[in-house]
Design a protein around this ligand. Structure first.
Ligand code: NAP
Length: 267
């Protein structure tokens, strides 16, 4: 793991094709457009009207999208749909060696799949911006950008892409995909799980709120803004998440048991 920033000497406009133009793809596109990169997009749903407003060409046809000489293909689909999306891409339509970058919130799974299915001359950069439309709405300064240079031959192109994030002031964190998943299960997955549990209860602001309770409400509200697909993906495609769920269950049982013992002793 290293958090030294990559060289900032590599600013140039890139041709970036976004696959999956949902909430997160749209969010990233705003900053990339502001920086002067040339974007195009494709997605399962028809986002052509929005793209037209944003000045981004939208392709319904994947052949056409891949033929359009993107230097970078940025994968922003849901974790659950990755396999279907990747396996239906006609890679024969690529006109040049391409850098494939994913932004999925799990990392071993896309790394393994991309290495398995992409043409050998494609480079692979696995990333996880540790922020989203809510936490990054006022800029990306000091927000963490995790990346793993899984298979990089064109270093200049890779560092130009990484520079999109470092030039916005992100905290750059180079880390292996396995270490990412282990830590993310203990941090992000735990937060989302607690938030989802709270959302199954009535956890709303009251006139009597403590600061601690206000933070709980924030956790609940923050996590339910993300799709349930995203949350399920964190569980299904991170092998460390199952273990974390078990630790949480055991901790809950242990806490209940301790209270029960106190109750029994006061009788
Ligand atoms: P999401 O629910 O995880 O993904 C929505 C995207 O997946 C949309 O582009 C949607 O396409 C596509 N999709 C869903 N099911 C599909 C299917 N069956 N076939 C093809 N495409 C399908 O929500 P998100 O917040 O936009 O996240 C996108 C990715 O970014 C995820 O991998 C997530 O882990 C990652 N990420 C998100 C955040 C965040 O804060 N939201 C932060 C870091 C990383 P259509 O729009 O065309 O329907």
């Amino acid at each position: 793991m290293s958090s030294s920033p990559p060289s900032s000497s590599s600013t140039r406009a890139l041709k970036i094709g976004i696959v999956g133009f949902g909430a997160f793809g749209q969010f990233l596109s705003k900053t990339m457009t502001k920086q002067g990169h040339f974007l195009r997009a494709t997605s399962r749903s028809d986002h052509s009207q929005l793209c037209q407003k944003l000045g981004i060409p939208f392709h319904r046809d994947m052949d056409e999208f891949l033929e359009s000489e993107n230097e970078v293909v940025l994968i922003c689909t849901s974790i659950l749909s990755l396999s279907q999306v990747i396996n239906s891409m006609p890679f024969g339509s690529l006109k040049r060696p391409t850098l494939f970058v994913d932004v999925l919130s799990v990392k071993e799974y896309p790394r393994n799949l991309l290495l398995q299915v992409l043409p050998e001359d494609s480079d692979v950069l696995c990333t996880h911006p540790m922020f989203g439309p809510e936490s990054g709405k006022n800029g990306w300064q000091d927000l963490t950008f995790m990346y793993d240079k899984v298979r990089i031959r064109d270093e200049a192109l890779c560092s130009s892409f990484i520079n999109i994030f470092s030039s916005e002031g992100c905290r750059m964190l180079e880390m292996g995909c396995e270490e990412h998943d282990e830590l993310a299960a203990r941090t992000q997955f735990l937060t989302h799980t607690i938030g989802r549990i709270l959302s199954e209860m009535v956890v709303e602001p009251t006139p009597l709120d403590t600061k601690g309770f206000q933070k709980l409400v924030q956790v609940k509200e923050g996590t339910v803004k993300d799709s349930f697909d995203l949350f399920s993906g964190l569980f299904i495609h991170n092998r460390f998440a199952r273990q974390q769920m078990q630790i949480l269950e055991e901790a809950f049982e242990k806490t209940k048991q301790k209270l029960q013992e106190r109750l029994d002793n006061t009788r």
